[in-house]
Design a protein around this ligand. Structure first.
Ligand code: ZN
Length: 300
């Protein structure tokens, strides 16, 4: 993955504007942020509503898209209110956490901070980028997940087992980073990637570096065996398959439209043919979505 960073475009900006710049570059890379997923933050000195200076974290608001994000889409969270949560007894459910965070805002009219706010707030780094990169799913959504992360990153990454986003995961992430202070990346199995840095540029480049390493690792791993190489059928000639499609499409559409009207799209691209003609297609087609984001937005 190529870095899109341009120093002339980024220089001279405030910390929040640097974060906005990095966030848009991340958002522009769709394989990192399926359906607007992922969030970013920066910790700065800001103003408490009582008037004094305090540590404030600007974190992406829930529901905004990194690709087009603006300053008004970030919420300011007072860190002195967040840090004590690290050491409370027991757990905190989502409702309690969301309610608590609503009381930590520098401006009560700010957008609701991301559900992953504590994950950012508990980490000490100034700039944090969290993405739900497709390639991290490819690397970790399998039985070899942890081993594969070690093979791809060596000692540079911390791995956290799957835990649904929330209070517990935020504390797990904090503990994992504290236990391995020299790590450059954190991989959340079946979820995504966290990178950090003293500057927005550093945090951004770590994301690009991490994804590039996974690309390289998966390319090498994929060259060892192609699950679609063994064919059950040869592909038909293009005009033959189009003809068959035209004869069955109206019936298929009729059946599918019984409960809800649908439109069919015909796709016989090389990747589709590779898949449907493979010996293993039946099994592979039943594996299901790779990640909760895929469940929500693309399904099987
Ligand atoms: Zn996430």
């Amino acid at each position: 993955m190529q870095s899109r960073w341009s120093e002339p475009a980024a220089s001279g900006k405030s910390d929040l504007d640097q974060l906005i710049y990095a966030s848009r570059l991340i958002g522009a890379e769709e394989s990192l942020v399926l359906w607007g997923g992922g969030n970013t933050s920066v910790k700065v000195r800001g103003r408490h509503f009582r008037g004094h200076e305090t540590d404030v974290m600007w974190i992406k608001g829930s529901g905004s898209d990194l690709k087009t994000i603006e300053a008004k889409h970030f919420a300011g969270v007072v860190l002195d209110d967040v840090r004590p949560l690290l050491s409370i007894e027991g757990e905190m459910d989502d409702d309690a956490m969301v309610g608590y965070l609503a009381n930590c805002l520098t401006d009560p009219k700010a957008p609701r901070p991301s559900i992953e706010t504590l994950l950012h707030g508990f980490l000490p780094a100034k700039f944090i980028i969290h993405t739900h990169a497709d390639l991290i799913q490819a690397l970790t959504n399998n039985e070899k997940g942890e081993r594969a992360v070690k093979d791809a990153f060596g000692e540079d990454a911390v791995v956290v087992p799957y835990q649904r986003p929330g209070f517990k995961l935020s504390r797990m992430v904090h503990a994992a980073v504290a236990a391995k202070p020299n790590a450059r990346f954190l991989v959340l199995r079946k979820h995504g990637l966290i990178t950090w840095g003293a500057t927005a540029h550093d945090a951004y480049e770590r994301t690009i570096d991490a994804i590039s390493r996974v690309e390289l690792y998966l390319k090498t791993a994929a060259s060892r065996g192609d699950p679609f190489a063994d064919k059950a059928f040869p592909a038909m000639a293009p005009e033959v398959r189009k003809g068959i499609f035209l004869s069955v499409a109206p019936y298929l559409r009729g059946l599918l439209s019984r409960s809800k009207r649908v439109v069919l799209r015909f796709d016989d691209g090389p990747d589709v043919l590779d898949f449907v003609n493979a010996k293993d297609a039946k099994r592979l087609s039943q594996i299901g979505p790779a990640t909760p984001d895929h469940v929500l937005s693309t399904r099987v």
